[in-house]
Design a protein around this ligand. Structure first.
Ligand SMILES: [Zn+2]
Length: 804
């Protein structure tokens, strides 16, 4: 109200008011309130090797990457006081953070920015996808099935995280942060309900559900550019994709992020007059008016015989880069993990694969066997559909929270961080009936139930399975297995110890003992960086304990799997039940109490302005790492066949409807030769006008799958398969597609000639690549011009012109 009084008195200011109002109307979401922070977001590709490398999460040695469902990204935000503290949070489309990755990223940040970004104010967190390349952790137990350390996976992460922070740093502008919360009821169920039920009745009575349903979202608004992104925390496992999936994917959270970023970009593009939104039909200029003209147009494109028609760089730039402008920051939306320890996205429940009946409640077994009990996602039996649905549910809630976010964060930015030796923390607990008692954490150990896995992945980390003759890494280390001491057995009670990992040091440490704990605070927003998977009730206890330390009203979120990884954390009562999560709570029954004690100290230090001890440094084991995964030895094609030639074509004059799958197979080299970071292995392009091809879908699109395979394990020949599920929103038009054949040791010359694809004299493509697909639909064409007509049910044809 005061604002208006001032304006009325001063005509000059009225002019300013109208100007401001115009700006406001032009971009309704842009905040006009004064900013209180500097805000910057950034994102970078961390997909890593899309072939041969074991996937992290299920510890299934047969599950190796063989293509891409969607790409993986590191997404970072920085919030800074203009003249004071700052915090960085990085969310990885990876199974978890890695101590070694964190150490190396911090080293690079130090050499680049001095003391601006350190272990104290940088948090690096994983979404817990079980569909990303493994081998990037430093402790033995996490790299057994990946045949040891995988340098390519590790480098992709370190490089990508550094780049995401560089981008966020470069985007720092005055801006504001808003918080909003809401419930998602159908994206997670408790997968160990019998353990949850062992928590005290009175405690359970405080909660409506046996998993946390709340999503907490931060919205970042740049004063100049308007909304630039969001980060949210919600607890559900990244196990919509099963233990047999071999396509790299961000699982449900990566999918949600892809949907949200595309949603915002299309929204923004639709608002901006001079930009065409991606994936809508009006990007076809001068489109032929009927089916026959499409056919004629398609047939004018000739076979390519294995040579690229697209400039290497334009493939590498891929679809989404067309929406970027040099100065405007890309919209970054991250879906971060929380206390997901006992939360499964397989919301239909767990059933026996033989009988179809629900599994045994207490043991998740079928006739006494764990390997037949599987959780079912909402898209059952299609795991891709389950992934999409759980991703979409998170995306929809996030976009809703984002749109309606109005609580602006104000107040100081602060942080505390310490390293603790979890093998021997003294914990003081209040005693029933008064007084206190002193208990202790133990060196890490895993119980027998660990090998049984969960309903999301029966037999996960199954060391019996790993202990076969097929795994040379296991052979190398199995001789050093040790029997736990009596002290350790007593300390870990009632856990029967399968692997005494905390006391196994050969050839190097099997499990971490030094763990970081950290609090980042932006005004009333409190982020607890925990290096593991807290169960629902464990997370609630930690959040509550920290909340009461702060006098003000705070929003406390648990950032799970952050900075390093040390498996699970259950409550004392859940630990007693020794289900998978209890068996994987490494430091004994008082692990959670130790976390609560130490996090409370950090919070108290923030409140009092005090300091905390740095604690013992975790080891850097990079030099000790053993890698047994062979590199790419050789790539070849059969006589008379070139890399990139079509191996299996779609039949001539095929007709497809929206929703149908188009499948083309090419001769390929191994994708490990070139990770195509920030690029793509596959493209679907749309013809614009008569001769301009516009990329519309790439390997980061849910509708386009890039699959790579060898006819046999030792074969030098390989195939790339592109599967394109024609989206309902696909424009009519002429399409073609590429698979990127890689720079193999033998394929180098081939690929180099692919790079020189343009005749400098005519600027014409010399070797049109691979194939053309024709899309034609009178009905859907008409829909574009007559928007008011009802939903198109008419024919939508994709006709392949078989020119090779
Ligand atoms: Zn997990």
């Amino acid at each position: 109200m005061e604002f208006f009084h001032v304006i009325i008195r001063r005509p000059l200011v009225i002019a300013w008011f109208w100007l401001l109002l115009l700006v406001f109307v032009h971009n309704a979401e842009k905040s006009i309130s004064a900013s209180n922070y500097l805000v910057g977001l950034g994102s970078y590709d961390i997909t890593g090797p899309a072939a041969d490398v074991n996937m992290m999460g299920y510890a299934n040695s047969d599950q190796t990457a063989s293509g891409i469902h969607i790409r993986l990204r590191a997404r970072a935000f920085i919030v800074a006081e203009p003249q004071g503290n700052r915090v960085v949070f990085v969310n990885l489309d990876a199974c978890m953070a890695s101590q070694l990755v964190t150490i190396k990223v911090l080293e690079r940040l130090k050499s680049r920015y001095g003391d601006l970004y350190t272990e104290k104010n940088v948090a690096i967190s994983g979404i817990h996808t079980h569909a990303g390349p493994g081998g990037y952790l430093q402790y033995v137990v996490y790299i057994v099935t990946s045949l040891g350390f995988v340098r390519q996976s590790f480098d992709a992460l370190v490089d990508g995280i550094e780049q995401s922070i560089i981008r966020a740093h470069g985007n720092l502008h005055p801006g504001s942060v808003f918080v909003n919360k809401g419930e998602i009821l159908d994206a997670g169920v408790n997968r160990s309900p019998s353990a949850y039920l062992n928590n005290p009745t009175a405690e359970r009575a405080k909660y409506k559900y046996d998993v946390d349903k709340e999503m907490t979202l931060l919205k970042f608004v740049d004063d100049q550019w308007g909304p630039v992104g969001s980060f949210n925390w919600f607890a559900t496992h990244g196990t919509s994709m099963s233990r047999t999936n071999e396509l790299i994917s961000g699982d449900n959270k990566g999918t949600a992020a892809r949907l949200m970023e595309d949603w915002f970009d299309q929204k923004r593009a639709a608002r901006t007059a001079n930009e065409n939104p991606r994936r809508v039909s009006n990007i076809i200029q001068n489109a032929p008016g009927n089916h026959r003209e499409f056919l004629e147009l398609a047939s004018s494109f000739q076979s390519t015989s294995g040579k690229s028609v697209t400039k290497y760089l334009s493939i590498a730039r891929r679809v989404r880069s067309s929406l970027r402008t040099a100065e405007r920051p890309s919209f970054v939306s991250a879906f971060c993990q929380s206390n997901c320890g006992d939360v499964s996205p397989n919301v239909l429940g767990a059933f026996c694969t033989d009988t179809g009946l629900p599994c045994d409640f207490n043991h998740s077994t079928c006739g006494g066997k764990n390997e037949l009990c599987y959780g079912r996602g909402p898209g059952y039996p299609d795991e891709f559909e389950s992934t999409r649905i759980i991703g979409e549910r998170q995306f929809k809630k996030a976009s809703d929270l984002f749109t309606r976010a109005s609580e602006k964060l104000n107040g100081k930015i602060d942080f505390r961080h310490t390293y603790l030796d979890f093998s021997k923390i003294e914990v003081t607990l209040p005693k029933q009936g008064g007084g206190s008692e002193s208990v202790k954490t133990c060196p890490a150990a895993m119980g027998f139930a660990f090998a049984a896995g969960t309903t999301d992945g029966p037999g996960a980390f199954d060391f019996k399975q790993g202990d076969n003759t097929g795994n040379p890494f296991w052979k190398l280390v199995r001789n050093v297995l040790r029997t736990p001491s009596k002290e350790q057995t007593d300390c870990q009670q009632p856990k029967p110890i399968l692997l005494d990992t905390g006391e196994m040091k050969q050839p190097y440490d099997w499990a971490p003992s030094i763990l970081p704990v950290q609090i980042l605070k932006i005004g009333p927003m409190v982020i607890l960086s925990v290096p593991g998977e807290f169960t629902t009730m464990a997370g609630r206890r930690l959040r509550d304990a920290v909340s009461v330390v702060f006098k003000e009203k705070v929003h406390v979120v648990i950032a799970g799997l952050t900075n390093t990884y040390s498996q699970y954390v259950t409550t004392f009562e859940e630990y007693e039940m020794q289900r998978y999560e209890g068996a994987s709570t490494l430091y004994g029954p008082h692990t959670l109490s130790a976390y609560i004690q130490e996090f409370t100290k950090l919070a108290a230090a923030i409140v009092s302005g005090g300091t905390v001890e740095e604690g013992p440094q975790p080891p850097d084991l990079l030099k000790k790492q053993i890698s047994l995964l062979p590199g790419v030895v050789v790539d070849s094609t059969p006589l008379g066949v070139k890399f990139g030639d079509v191996s299996t074509d779609i039949p001539k004059n095929s007709t497809f409807k929206k929703g149908d799958m188009v499948t083309i197979v090419f001769w390929s080299a191994c994708p490990r030769n070139d990770l195509m970071t920030e690029g793509t292995f596959a493209l679907v392009e749309l013809l614009q006008g008569q001769d301009t091809w516009v990329p519309v879908y790439d390997d980061d699109d849910i509708c386009l799958r890039f699959k790579w395979s060898r006819p046999s394990k030792l074969s030098a020949q390989s195939h790339a398969t592109i599967e394109w599920r024609i989206p309902q929103l696909a424009a009519s038009g002429v399409y073609r597609s590429h698979a990127k054949e890689d720079v193999g040791i033998i394929a180098i010359s081939c690929c180099c000639c692919c790079l020189e694809w343009v005749d400098p004299a005519t600027a014409q493509p010399q070797h049109p690549l691979l194939f053309s697909i024709l899309v034609s639909a009178e009905a859907s064409m008409m829909r574009e011009t007559k928007k008011n007509e009802e939903e198109d049910e008419g024919p939508f044809f994709v006709v392949f012109e078989g020119s090779f």
